[in-house]
Design a protein around this ligand. Structure first.
Ligand code: G4P
Length: 524
């Protein structure tokens, strides 16, 4: 197969949702279609349960399992599908944001009864920032759902994206009869006792009286609603979807495998093949003949007996070939990747070659950090997703003075992996850890102890935000740093960060130092 064809047939995407909306269930059903798993329930264990706040062993066990399913590839109808898994637990949302840098499109799952939830909004913000095309799957139609039109309005309002339904439900909950696929003019009837590949009934003309035979009195309501849909929403335009301006919407029930195959088929047809990636220096097109890629995720210490890590590399351009010599841009070193792996149809396989859109797992002994670029020689650096200001902060102290070297190494590795962000206060030299969730502090403490034989203690720190600062007004910048010297820190890359105690203090600083820009993300 030609190189271009290999690129065109790839679909690399992520499924995201607010916890419990059905991401895991949908992922699992897609994998069943792809033959990547054989039984339902196989993916479940990937999820760190919401209650797991102190069960470290469980976290570890699940982390170990989740590496196997971090990236799932399978062949389906001539397409090579790569699903990138994202952690369900919201304390790991940074991990999710980073994974989104490696996808070409996203499916957002929404619970039909709950509508748009906070996590959905945050995830959509990231997609919007990157103009990632999104498809919405409204799930759990087998349960009493909100009115479909109100749901669509809510999505438009809260997710700030235009929508276009490509399927339409016939009732919900106990009265749920199925969906009419606007996308391919067919009717799919819901039967909870059959969870198999759905067969649609072709219904080119919805006014055909045959419709009554299948759904009785609901036929007229369906016709009326579809008429309204056609009146209210513009026709589906793939270009708008690909630009990230329009989200096609499908309805279904992942649990009953209903509407899933239809979603998959439409997805394969309309979702983008691998897209250009952006390096600081230039745009990199997938069809370029030289290989390039970047590390978007590092999974550490899968086997506690061997300190092993896997760096996940997204291939951006060219063909990756095992054992070829490549350049690791940050260190300038030439590297040979001799045992890259991929997860195909649940099997971990050695990869001989891989194409743009593919993800390979590279065994790593500490030489990679998130965001690293690898190329065939050209000095480019792929732009990563910025770090967001953490929401929780703690001073980190050494609890075992004999092990300070181990502690520093552990902190260094864990922050490379993106488990937390590290800041160093410039006034007192104290190390500050910033995270988005309480769970991460517990994971850090546990992992430092078990993987690095180091002990740490966290001390409370009341902090509102970490703000990366910059200004064209050098004098004002110096003055600001002088005035706020107790609150100035450096991030891991040595950039200036102002640690604002409260929203009020930040506002005061913004008012007083008008030429200084305060950023809540590390890239601006
Ligand atoms: P998540 O990954 O987004 O957090 O959600 P997950 O798929 O784990 O689904 C959360 C719960 O919702 C699960 O039930 C799951 O079975 C259920 N669910 C998912 N899709 C549907 C659907 O289409 N219809 C209905 N009725 N339920 C659905 P649970 O009881 O929390 O978990 P489990 O005990 O079944 O594993």
């Amino acid at each position: 197969m030609s190189f271009q064809k290999e690129i065109n047939r790839r679909r690399t995407f992520g499924i995201v949702s607010h916890p419990d909306a059905g991401k895991t269930t949908l992922t699992e059903k897609l994998l069943l279609f792809g033959g990547a798993i054989r039984v339902a329930g196989a993916v479940k264990s990937n999820k760190i349960k919401k209650t797991a706040t102190s069960d470290f062993m469980e976290i570890e066990r699940q982390r170990g399992i989740s590496v196997a399913t971090s990236v799932m590839g399978f062949e389906y109808n001539g397409y090579k599908v790569n699903i990138l898994d994202t952690p369900g637990h919201q304390d790991f949302q940074e991990d999710t944001f980073r994974t989104l840098t490696a996808v070409d499109s996203v499916i957002i799952v929404i619970d039909a009864a709950k509508g748009v939830e906070p996590q959905t909004e945050k995830l959509m913000n990231v997609c919007r920032m990157r103009k990632t095309p999104v498809i919405v799957f409204i799930n759990k139609m087998d349960r009493p759902a909100q009115d479909s039109f109100s749901l669509l309005d809510e999505i438009e309002d809260q997710l700030k994206i235009r929508v276009r339904p490509l399927s339409w439900p016939i009732n919900s909950g106990p009265d749920f009869k199925g969906v009419y696929s606007i996308y391919n003019s067919s009717l799919k009837l819901f039967d909870p006792s059959i969870q198999d590949i759905e067969k649609g009934i072709d219904f080119e003309d919805i006014n055909n009286p045959e419709l009554e035979k299948y759904i009785g009195d609901d036929a007229q309501t369906l016709r009326d609603e579809l008429e309204l849909v056609e009146g209210v929403y513009h026709e589906f335009n793939r270009g708008d979807y690909l630009k990230g301006n329009l989200a096609p919407v499908f309805f279904g029930s992942a649990l009953y495998n209903f509407g899933v195959q239809e979603l998959l088929h439409a997805f394969l047809e309309i979702a983008p093949a691998p897209q250009s990636s952006f390096a600081e220096e230039r745009e990199v097109k997938p069809e370029e003949d030289k290989f390039s890629g970047f590390v978007f995720k590092i999974h550490a210490n899968i086997d506690p007996n061997h300190r092993s890590r896997i760096a996940f590399v997204k291939i951006c351009s060219g063909m990756f070939v095992r054992n070829n010599m490549y350049k690791h841009i940050r260190s300038g070193k030439t590297i040979r990747i001799s045992s890259p792996t991929a997860f195909m149809a649940s099997q971990k396989e050695l990869v001989e070659e891989a194409f743009p859109g593919d993800i390979i797992g590279v065994p790593d002994n500490g030489s990679f950090v998130i965001g690293d670029t690898i190329t065939e020689g050209e000095d480019i650096n792929f732009k990563g997703l910025p770090s967001f200001s953490p929401e929780l902060f703690r001073y980190v102290e050494n609890a075992d003075p004999m092990k300070s070297k181990q502690l520093n190494k552990g902190i260094d590795h864990l922050t490379d992996e993106g488990v937390a962000q590290l800041f160093t206060n410039q006034f007192n030299g104290r190390k500050i850890m910033g995270t988005v969730g309480q769970l991460q502090f517990e994971v850090i403490q546990f992992r430092l102890e078990h993987e690095y034989a180091a002990k740490c203690r966290f001390e409370p720190l009341q902090m509102y935000k970490a703000c990366w600062i910059e200004s064209d007004n050098a004098k004002m910048l110096i003055e600001f740093k002088k005035r706020k010297y107790q609150k100035m820190a450096k991030d891991k890359l040595g950039r200036d960060v102002f640690m604002a105690d409260s929203q009020f203090i930040l506002q005061m600083a913004q008012n007083e130092f008008k030429d200084i820009k305060f950023h809540f993300t590390s890239e601006f």
